[in-house]
Write a protein that binds this ligand. Structure first.
Ligand code: EPZ
Length: 418
């Protein structure tokens, strides 16, 4: 297992180009199942999770051709509908195959995705909505066995605005009989990216980006051509890195409209942010102010940047309260940050962070994707030695060559193959 070694204390300067968003690319690749033909996606990031969904789909008969960040997908010969446990357990987002397979084949057998480090990650809302659309499902030996003669439109209300739940039902609804109305739908930018792709395929969808999405079922869909939006969580990670290191970096290709909550909070911390057509420049202040955050569904502060923001608060003036409202166990990075000298007290879903003058280099262990980013950020500012972050296979699931991008901005950081 590789590890990343960082000698902290460098300010970051220069320009970084974002990769395509993991959480937009995954549903877009799954959506290609909806119809046969040759699909063309642009801006696909090189990530472990992308390799995983391609592996699962290739076992269903789908073929892929990578060309840089372009991905050609041929879905003419789909002859299987089972996603096996050994692959699904490595990536919960495999649940996104359920809707498209039911729309294309009327059948799907997907391993029930287990929980993960950050929470139980139930999919009950996905299944409840599909049952309302005429899908018969039963759980058998850990697999969701689903079938339907014909998907039919339904009026669905999500108790919680679930991102992949919204995406799964959108994909199931585009060829269903009649109209589907999704209420309390998720509003994340990745939902809009998927809706754009489905419209490019001939689907009739409106309201994406709001909490009510209306889909009129159509008979035919056509192969897609779609570009993937830039990764707003990668952008936020670099913004926080610049704020932490008194940096001055240009983040090229980012969409400020996808980051309004993060921009507002980082301005409150004291960062200077200038927005341009092709991205934004963020300068870190000499002194960081402590700021409270509460994670919320989009457009609120994203839970996927909570761990990274906590690393920032560890070296800010004063105390900040970080409230995690989306996942029940998303403070695993706290114990590792405390090993670097952070002063953090957890009380239920709230963490009280008392800012310190500095963090100390230490060997630490990544436990999940965004926690690993948080530890790398802490390492960028930690003094007295080198921080070694182990188990960075978690990081490689969702960040493309993060250490190389940080090194290009002036960080003393390298990957060591163990
Ligand atoms: C998506 O996960 C993202 N993953 C997550 O990113 C992200 O943290 C999350 O949305 C929230 O923004 C992908 O898009 C592939 P949810 P998802 O369904 O869809 C509860 C990362 O680091 N819930 O929006 O699985 C659930 O327990 C990952 O890139 C149910 O109770 O999240 C959670 O509390 C981590 N029943 C809340 O809803 C359900 O059927 C939001 O979860 C579904 C969800």
């Amino acid at each position: 297992m590789d590890k990343i070694i960082i000698k902290g204390g460098k300010s970051l300067h220069g320009t970084v180009r974002l990769s395509g968003a993991k959480n937009a690319a995954l549903p877009a690749i799954a959506a290609s199942i909806l119809t046969g033909g040759a699909h063309q996606l642009q801006g696909i990031p090189k990530l472990k999770d992308i390799q995983t969904i391609k592996l699962i789909m290739s076992k269903l008969g789908v073929s892929f051709q990578e060309q840089g960040t372009d991905l050609a997908i041929n879905t003419d010969d789909i002859n299987e509908y089972e996603a096996s446990y050994d692959l699904v357990r490595t990536m919960r987002a495999s649940i996104l195959l359920l809707g498209p397979l039911l729309a294309r084949l009327g059948r799907a057998k997907i391993s029930m995705p287990g929980g993960c480090a950050i929470g139980a990650r139930p999919v009950n809302l996905h299944l409840k909505a599909l049952a309302m659309m005429g899908v018969d499902m039963h759980l058998d030996h850990g697999y969701i066995n689903a079938q339907t003669k014909r998907l039919k439109g339904a009026d669905i209300f999500f108790d919680i605005p679930t991102v992949t739940g919204t995406e799964n039902i959108m994909m199931a609804a585009v060829k269903a009989d009649g109209r589907t109305v999704l209420k309390n739908a998720a509003r994340e930018p990745e939902i809009g990216n998927l809706a754009d792709m489905l419209r490019n395929m001939g689907a009739q969808i409106q309201g994406d980006g709001s909490d009510t999405i209306i889909i009129e079922g159509v008979n035919d869909l056509y192969p897609a051509r779609q570009s993937i939006i830039p990764d707003r969580i990668e952008a936020g990670t670099f913004m926080i890195a610049s704020a932490m290191t008194r940096g001055d970096i240009m983040i090229e290709g980012c969409r400020p409209d996808h980051l309004s909550a993060v921009i507002e909070k980082l301005k409150a911390v004291g960062a200077k942010i200038n927005i341009f057509d092709h991205g934004l420049v963020i300068k870190g202040p000499d002194r960081l102010h402590s700021v409270d955050i509460k994670t919320m569904p989009f457009p609120g502060f994203p839970t996927d940047l909570q761990a990274q923001f906590m690393a920032l608060m560890c070296i800010a003036d004063g105390s900040s309260i970080i409230k995690e409202t989306i996942f029940e166990n998303r403070f695993i990075h706290v114990s590792e940050l405390k090993r670097m000298g952070a002063d953090i007290a957890i009380n239920g879903n709230q963490a009280l962070v008392r800012g310190q003058d500095r963090l100390l280099a230490a060997p630490v262990m990544a436990t999940d994707l965004r926690a690993s980013a948080s530890l790398i950020l802490a390492g960028l500012v930690a003094v007295d030695g080198r921080t070694e972050v182990s188990r960075i296979y978690h990081l490689d699931r969702g960040y493309e060559a993060l250490e190389e991008k940080f090194r290009a901005l002036g960080a003393d950081i390298r990957r060591e193959k163990v």
